[in-house]
Design a protein around this ligand. Sequence first.
Ligand code: SAH
Length: 214
Amino acid sequence: MIDGYRHKGMRRQLIEELKEKGISDMAILEAFDKVPRHFFLDSSFTSQAYSNMAFQIGAGQTISHPFTVAFQTQLLEVERGHRILEIGTGSGFQTAILCALGVRVVSIERQKELYIKAKPIIQKLGYSPNLFYGDGYKGKASYAPYDSILVTCGAPFIPEDLKTQLKVGGRLVIPIGEGKKQIMTRLIKLGEDEWKKETYGDFSFVPMLTKTAK
Ligand code: SAH
């Protein structure tokens, strides 16, 4: 895979678009400059890889819109060295953005095909997150507690295990809702049983499914 001047130029344009849409965190914009999104897409999509669009990535799933990735990342308020849990590795693009921000990422994907596909692409970029094939509803207790948890699929409810695995003071960013639209929600864990809930409008995600697929 080649990352040439043309791709870099398209990335700069995308970054301008993200800024116009309200992404102001410089570290996140720099991460978008570092991670070639076209590596995560089928080569037939290369020329559109830097448009603010979602694409099919196999197994009936989609890579999230760049704006959605940037917006969710901003809500996580990551700092270098944080440990982040991501539910829904998908293409691996969001995972790579988090790695580029210097955080330690644990990511879970329930579609084996996608889990297998994402791994070498992320590694090729020099990142080494802990990737797992499994059920995101359970989180990953062996790496807990997390500074932030990110769910990249539409959750019908807030999984209890994710709440438990978050540090006090941490943030759970999760699109909630069944059907076509979900409400982007951020839960801040103020105490073991004390939460602050914030909402950030409608988004559209593929559903968070139960049971692992083959
Ligand atoms: N961050 C990804 C988003 C992919 S779409 C990207 O930008 O490419 C959401 C992903 O969540 C899909 O790959 C889907 O298979 C996965 N998913 C759905 N339900 C899940 C579950 N219960 N556990 C883990 N992953 C799940």
